[in-house]
Write a protein that binds this ligand. Structure first.
Ligand SMILES: [Fe+2]
Length: 583
């Protein structure tokens, strides 16, 4: 039974194709095709052909709450999508711009009116649109939870705590569940009113960054705060708490923070924060929010562990992108096993929905636990690669290869050892927000200038944002303090003090590094590259950052890779088994 899991609209719209018989999975996130970060547009329009060809018998939807929509409004939505696509290619004419504004306003009014209605219409429409006869809808946080549980090797265990934390989805912002032999039982639901992720997005906005996108910047900036006390943090600590027995969150409004719900008081909270921001250093502002986030969720998870007697933990949801929270849960909650799905955000709910549908229909999906690396995205056709190689030759670039994997990995190691910056496009794309060696920019972490060089040429990151490493399993043992073999860059770890200065480009100011730790079978090419690099630099460690120019989503096709390579001052492009360099 083939199943399509779908997160049709919203932050990181995604579609997942699950074929249990063939033990295959493909996940396509819209932003990788449009290159618009976190693209929220309708996903069916982009992948219609692929959906028709897949011939699924079941469509699994990642929201249970109504997506208020009807045919007429749906047409408007499609039109908005089309106009937005045009807008990416060229400036809109006045008539088009008017139509866009008109349709958006109309849609907003309609959504407001029909809130909590229309779910059936939406399902009917999806069935018609995709041609799939059967559609089941699942709770958003349940989708997050199942996505984490069934991509781990913990689905067969009976003492697992499943934690989901996000902005909001199906009226919840966080949940605690227990899992026994693969089935999840909800224990605690935290309503949207207590959404610390939404509060985090308000802090992000007031600090001058993009809400729902740049929260990681605040997380990074928080580490630069050197004060011992923060009155803002103390006030926040007193304002929001949870009951140790029921694990339900509660507010204690104070004269300084008089709010009894977060999203419902958006305007008031933003205006309060605006004033707060004037009176404190940006570092303290970031520190207060980050520390609140860590402390409250860490204590909540620890209390749940005690209450339910859990020994293992699986986590998902946009809030779990916070690698410092994950570090504290790893270090202080003392679970025997910890698993975080690489696609922790809403791109992950597409596969979560497909997993629930498979389980409901007694379809065997145990193969998922054996897939260690989430290389589930699109791969390039040979003709696409050839086309780019020809284009590169015509533009006067040096094209070498094809090489075998070992030869190429050694060549690239030599280049990186000479402090050259190499971009890599090989194999299938990663599922989730992190580049894990297939759509990556790689550099020498022992080079103290690597960070600035990448920033100047490519990334334009803030001065306080760190880059992260990939390292081999044996190198992690040598240079990290307490760690577990996290293959997906979803948790920070502490670097042993004696090594922090040796790999300056990948260690944050607090001596932590969000490391991807791999063994040979996880990614043989990258592993071989690091083994060779150790002979040159003394470290089997690479600086690894996602392959995309500032403001664009990660590259997804050879054409994207070539465009970004040409649009900046990168030294080399590894395109499958070829090496492209500037003459
Ligand atoms: Fe979510």
């Amino acid at each position: 039974m083939k199943i399509i899991g779908i997160h049709p609209f919203g932050h990181d719209s995604t579609i997942a194709f699950l074929d249990p018989e063939q033990r295959s999975i493909e996940t396509l996130t819209l932003e990788r095709f449009t290159r618009k970060k976190h693209d929220m547009n309708y996903v069916v329009s982009e992948f219609r052909e692929k959906i028709n060809g897949f011939k699924a018998s079941l469509l699994a939807l990642s929201n249970k709450e109504s997506r208020p929509i009807d045919i007429k409004m749906f047409k408007s939505l499609q039109r908005i999508y089309e106009i937005n696509a045009t807008r990416r290619k060229r400036k809109l004419r006045a008539g088009e711009l008017f139509e866009l504004i008109h349709k958006k306003l109309l849609l907003r009014a309609y959504l407001f009116k029909r809130k909590h209605e229309g779910h059936e219409d939406w399902i009917k429409l999806l069935k018609r649109e995709t041609g799939i006869p059967s559609c089941a809808a699942y709770d958003h946080h349940e989708c997050h939870g199942y996505s984490a549980l069934w991509t781990s090797n913990l689905a067969k265990k009976d003492d697992v705590l499943v934690v989901t934390i996000d902005g909001q989805g199906d009226d919840a912002c966080a949940t605690l569940s227990t899992a026994q032999t693969g089935q999840i039982t909800r224990q605690v639901t935290v309503p949207n009113a207590f959404s610390l992720c939404i509060l985090y997005s308000y802090f992000t906005e007031i600090a001058g960054f993009n809400p729902n996108a740049d929260e990681g910047k605040l997380e990074a900036l928080a580490c630069y705060y050197t004060g011992e006390q923060s009155s803002l943090l103390n006030e926040l600590r007193a304002w929001i708490n949870f009951d140790k027995e029921t694990l339900a969150f509660k507010f204690t409004p104070t004269s300084k923070i008089p709010f009894d719900a977060i999203p419902q008081n958006r305007k008031k909270i933003l205006s309060w924060l605006k004033n707060v921001f004037k009176g404190v250093d940006a570092k303290e502002f970031a520190y207060a929010m980050q520390t609140l986030f860590e402390e409250k969720y860490l204590a909540w998870v620890c209390a749940a562990k005690d209450k339910f007697g859990s020994r293992h933990i699986c986590m998902a949801g946009g809030g779990i992108a916070n690698v410092k929270l994950n570090l504290r849960i790893f270090e202080e909650a003392n679970f025997e096993d910890i698993h975080i799905i690489p696609a922790m955000g809403d791109d992950g709910v597409a596969i979560g929905a497909a997993i629930i549908a498979a389980l409901e229909n007694s379809v065997d999906i145990s193969f998922l636990a054996k897939v260690q690396m989430p290389y589930w995205g699109r791969s390039a056709e040979p003709e696409e690669v050839d086309q780019i190689l020809n284009m590169a030759c015509q533009r006067g670039l040096r094209v070498e290869g094809p090489f075998d994997d070992k030869e190429l990995s050694h060549k690239v190691a030599q280049l990186i050892g000479r402090n050259k910056i190499c971009s890599v496009f090989r194999g299938r794309a990663e599922y989730g927000p992190r580049a894990l060696g297939h759509r990556s920019i790689l550099a020498n972490p022992t080079d103290p200038n690597a960070r600035d060089a990448i920033n100047n040429k490519f990334k334009r990151r803030e001065w306080f944002q760190p880059f992260c490493p990939i390292m081999t399993d044996y190198e992690a043992e040598r240079i990290l303090q307490k760690y577990y073999p996290n293959k997906h860059m979803t948790c920070a770890f502490r670097v042993k003090p004696e090594f922090a200065a040796s790999i300056p480009s990948v260690v944050h100011v607090d001596n932590t590094a969000r490391a991807q730790i791999i063994n040979q079978s996880d990614e043989p090419f990258i592993y071989s590259l690091m083994v060779k690099l150790k002979e040159i630099s003394g470290f089997a460690v690479l600086l690894n950052t996602s392959f995309n120019l500032h403001g664009r989503a990660m590259v997804n096709t050879p054409q994207h890779a070539f465009d970004d390579f040409m649009d900046c001052g990168l030294d080399y492009l590894v395109l499958e088994n070829h090496l492209i360099g500037r003459q």
